[in-house]
Design a protein around this ligand. Structure first.
Ligand SMILES: NC(=O)c1ccc[n+]([C@@H]2O[C@H](COP(=O)([O-])OP(=O)(O)OC[C@H]3O[C@@H](n4cnc5c(N)ncnc54)[C@H](OP(=O)(O)O)[C@@H]3O)[C@@H](O)[C@H]2O)c1
Length: 328
């Protein structure tokens, strides 16, 4: 990371450099990454803004979730060929202490990349936000924004699984078609609809019992205006505010009082005690055909900065991933 991007694209401040790869010492592993996660919070970290994670240091490689294959091991319980996840981020290969990585459970039968998406941080976020905090009930009306993305696409399906009438906002017709195919009752392309409040009111004249927010800004404002009395809001993300110059705050926050709205803000890392439950539940739901997931994959380390920028333009359906050439 060479500079804080501010209003510029992330790609303008990230440089790819060669660095020597040391031999692993006792207790260490040499790992070659096969896939790296691209996440909205990274944009806040690039800018050094207050967010869910610490600011990224200038002059350092970007930290973040990645999946890799062990090439050389100096520990007993991890062998060459094992697949591990780590937070060492955007690099092709690295050497690390073995206790800084997690060996992935091959018994799920799912491809390793699933541990970056539906079984990874974004699937877990959807699970915590929807199942633990939002708790949709049969017959309730639920709205999910950012519903074509990694968290939102899973969150919307979880609401539908609970028997809630589920509405979704996404930024393209293709994303909306995918959501309908996954059983979502109403999917609306917010970029083309002229009257978003009107379109949502027509689909759900009864109003919203639960709003799962990934976007903030204008869509948060719309959800407040359509909320029923005593609605619950799960504040998962506010991606429309992460580039400060483009940020817009809801103008109707005072309605939170009049409507007695309960707002749950959360950061998924505070709920790690639920992770084993999540892995068991989600693996079962996938096996039984209740949950689908999607990935948008860019190839090569050099495409990672652009992938982050493209994510802010809505280029991804499902989880944005950068694949590296070492895939087995
Ligand atoms: N609370 C937590 O612990 C936690 C953990 C992980 C993620 N999150 C949050 O969850 C949200 C989704 O994350 P994700 O990883 O699943 O990303 P994602 O939804 O897969 O990708 C981001 C999507 O956001 C939409 N978007 C971008 N700029 C927008 C704007 N100005 N207005 C409206 N939509 C915009 C785009 O889709 P469209 O085509 O629909 O515009 C884009 O594809 C983010 O806000 C993220 O920060 C929170």
């Amino acid at each position: 990371l060479r500079a804080r991007p501010g209003s510029q694209d992330a790609a303008s401040v990230i440089e790819i450099v060669d660095a020597p790869l040391p031999d692993p010492g006792p207790g260490q592993l040499r790992i070659r990454n096969i896939a790296m996660s691209v996440d909205p919070y990274m944009r806040l970290c690039l800018d050094g803004a207050a967010g869910p994670a610490a600011a990224f240091a200038l002059g350092e490689a970007l930290p973040g979730m990645a999946i890799g294959i062990v090439e050389e091991s100096r520990v007993a319980d991890i062998a060459a060929g094992d697949v591990v996840s780590s937070m060492f981020g955007w690099r092709e290969a690295f050497v690390a202490d073995a206790d800084m990585v997690e060996k992935l459970n091959a018994a799920t039968g799912l491809p390793p990349r699933a541990f970056l998406s539906v079984l990874g941080g974004t699937g877990f976020t959807a699970y915590v936000g929807m199942m633990h905090l939002g708790r949709p009930q049969p017959g309730e009306t639920v709205l999910v924004s950012g519903a074509g993305g990694a968290v939102g696409s899973i969150a919307a399906q979880l609401a539908r699984m609970q028997g809630a009438k589920t509405l979704a906002l996404a930024g393209s017709d293709a994303k909306c078609a995918w959501l309908r195919g996954a059983g979502i009752d109403h999917a609306i392309n917010y970029r083309v609809v002229e009257d978003l409040d009107g379109a949502l009111s027509a689909a759900a004249p009864e109003g919203l019992d639960l709003y799962f927010d990934n976007v903030g800004g204008g869509q948060f404002e719309t959800a407040i205006s359509l909320a029923r009395s005593r609605a619950r809001f799960v504040e998962c993300g506010m991606i429309s505010t992460y580039v400060a110059e483009r940020s817009q705050a809801p103008r109707n926050l005072v309605q939170i009082i009049a409507k007695s709205i309960t707002i749950y803000g959360f950061t998924v890392v505070d709920f790690m005690d639920l992770r084993e439950w999540f892995l068991a539940d989600m693996t079962g739901w996938i096996r039984d055909g209740h949950i689908r997931w999607e990935e948008t994959v860019y190839e090569g380390l050099d495409r990672a900065p652009g992938a982050l920028d493209d994510m802010f333009r809505g280029a991804n359906l499902g989880k944005m991933i950068v694949s590296l050439d070492a895939a087995p």
